[in-house]
Design a protein around this ligand. Structure first.
Ligand code: PLP
Length: 374
C-alpha cells in the first residue's frame, strides 16, 4: 500500500531526539528550531516525560469516557493552576482542529446561531467548521463551504461591529498570535474591543491558543498579554509534547449536558499522563520565564542582521521577515547547517518555534548559521 501523497517532504529521516536535537538515520545531528511545528514544548524525550508515559503504559493506556478517569481531573486542576484559568471547565479531545470544532459547536448550541466571524490569514484546522473558519480556499472543499463564515481584516473593529449588529453570529474566533498565516496578531485595543463587542451582542468569543498557548509566547496563553477573558480557549500542540491531545477551556456561561460533546480517544490515560507531565516540567523547570529570557536575548542578538526587515511574534513563536522568499535559506539551514526552521504562508517569513527549553548557546548556534547562509 502506498501513502496518500499529500506532504512535500524534506529528505530527512529522524530516528532519535533529545532536548533540542534530532538525529537522522545517517546519524547526522540537527538543531530543532521548529519543534515539529510548535509541538515540542518541554524538549524531545524529556526524562520525566518518558518515565511518566512508560509507567502509565504499564498501568493502563486507555479506557473509554464511560468510566471514571482521575487523570483527567488531575490534568484539569494542574492546567487551571498553571494557566491561571481555574474558572474554566475542560473538555479533552485529540487535536487542534477538533478543539476548534467543539468550540464552534458549543458557540452555536449556546446562541442558536451559525455564522462565524474569523480573520484574514487565519488558520484553525482542517475539519468541517474549523477549516471553514480558516482563510485558505485551497483547503476548503465544497462540503465545507456550506458553513457561514465571514473573514474580516485583523485590527479593524468597525467591520466586526457592523457584522455583529446583524444578529446572526454565534462566534468570533481569533488566534492568540497567528501561526501559519505569518505571526500577525491583534493589538491589545483590538482584543479588548472584540471582547466588549462580543459581550454586548451575546456572541461567543473564542481565542485559538493551539499554537500560541502553553508558554510559547512567554505567558501561558498569548491572550494574557491583553487583559481579556475569552468565553472559550482552545489548545493543543504543546499540550502533551507530541502525544496527540486537544483541550477546550469553557467559561462558566456554558452549561454542560450529557452527550453534548464526546469522543472515543479524547482524555485517555496515556494522553493525560503526557499532558500532566508537560505541566509538571513547565512548572518545575520555570520554562515560561525561561522563554521570555531567551527570547529577549535572541531579539537583541539578531538586531545586527541587516537582511532581517522585521521580527514578528512573541516569546519563542517568532517570524523573521526578509525582503526575499526564504525557501532557499530554509533548505540551506537544513542540509548545510543541519538546523530545522519553519515556513509560513508569507513566503518571506522564517519561523522559529523551538522547544521551550532551548538555550542561549543553541540560539547562538542558529544565529551563526543564519549569518553564514545569508
Ligand atoms: C492556530 C492553529 N489552530 C488550529 C490548528 C490545527 O491543529 P491540528 O493540526 O492539531 O488539527 C493549528 C495547527 O497548525 C494551528 O496552528
Amino acid at each position: 500500500m502506498n501513502l496518500f501523497d499529500v506532504y512535500p517532504l524534506y529528505d530527512v529521516t529522524p530516528v532519535r531526539a533529545e532536548g533540542c536535537y534530532i538525529w537522522d538515520n545517517k546519524n547526522t545531528k540537527y538543531l530543532d528550531l521548529y519543534g515539529g511545528h510548535g509541538v515540542i514544548s518541554i524538549g524531545h524525550t524529556h526524562p520525566a516525560y518518558v518515565s511518566k508515559l512508560e509507567a502509565q503504559l504499564e498501568q493502563i493506556g486507555f479506557y473509554s469516557n464511560s468510566v471514571q478517569n482521575p487523570l483527567q481531573e488531575e490534568l484539569a486542576e494542574k492546567l487551571g493552576e498553571l494557566s491561571g484559568c481555574n474558572d474554566y471547565d475542560l473538555f479533552l479531545c485529540n487535536s487542534g482542529a477538533e478543539a476548534n470544532e467543539n468550540a464552534l459547536k458549543l458557540a452555536s448550541f449556546q446562541t442558536g446561531k451559525k455564522r462565524v466571524i474569523s480573520f484574514e490569514n487565519s488558520f484553525h484546522g482542517r475539519t468541517s467548521a474549523a477549516v471553514a473558519a480558516t482563510d485558505n480556499p485551497n483547503i476548503n472543499a465544497p462540503i465545507n463551504q456550506q458553513q457561514e463564515v465571514t473573514f474580516l481584516p485583523l485590527n479593524e473593529i468597525e467591520p466586526v461591529q457592523k457584522e455583529l449588529a446583524k444578529n446572526d453570529v454565534c462566534a468570533v474566533i481569533i488566534e492568540g498570535i497567528q501561526g501559519v498565516g505569518g505571526l500577525d496578531e491583534g493589538t491589545t485595543v483590538f482584543f479588548q474591543e472584540l471582547e466588549e463587542l462580543c459581550r454586548k451582542n451575546k456572541v461567543i468569543f473564542i481565542v485559538d491558543e493551539i499554537q500560541s498557548g502553553y508558554g510559547r509566547s512567554g505567558k501561558f496563553f498569548a491572550f494574557q498579554y491583553h487583559n481579556i477573558q475569552p468565553d472559550i480557549i482552545t489548545t493543543a500542540k504543546g499540550m502533551a509534547n507530541g502525544f496527540p491531545i486537544g483541550g477546550v477551556l469553557i467559561s462558566d456561561k456554558f452549561n454542560a449536558k450529557y452527550g453534548m460533546l464526546g469522543t472515543t480517544f479524547g482524555g485517555n490515560h496515556l494522553a493525560c499522563a503526557a499532558a500532566i507531565s508537560v505541566l509538571e516540567v513547565l512548572k518545575n523547570d520555570d520554562l515560561i520565564d525561561h522563554v521570555s529570557e531567551v527570547s529577549n536575548y535572541f531579539l537583541k542578538e539578531i538586531k545586527g542582521i541587516s537582511q532581517i526587515k522585521k521580527v514578528k511574534g512573541k516569546g519563542l513563536m517568532l517570524g523573521l521577515e526578509f525582503d526575499f522568499e526564504v525557501a532557499e535559506i530554509r533548505k540551506k539551514l537544513i542540509f548545510d547547517q543541519h538546523i530545522f526552521t519553519g515556513g509560513a504562508s508569507n513566503k518571506k517569513l522564517l519561523r522559529i518555534l523551538p522547544p521551550l527549553n532551548v538555550s542561549k548557546d543553541q540560539l547562538d548556534e542558529f544565529i551563526t548559521a543564519l549569518k553564514e547562509v545569508l
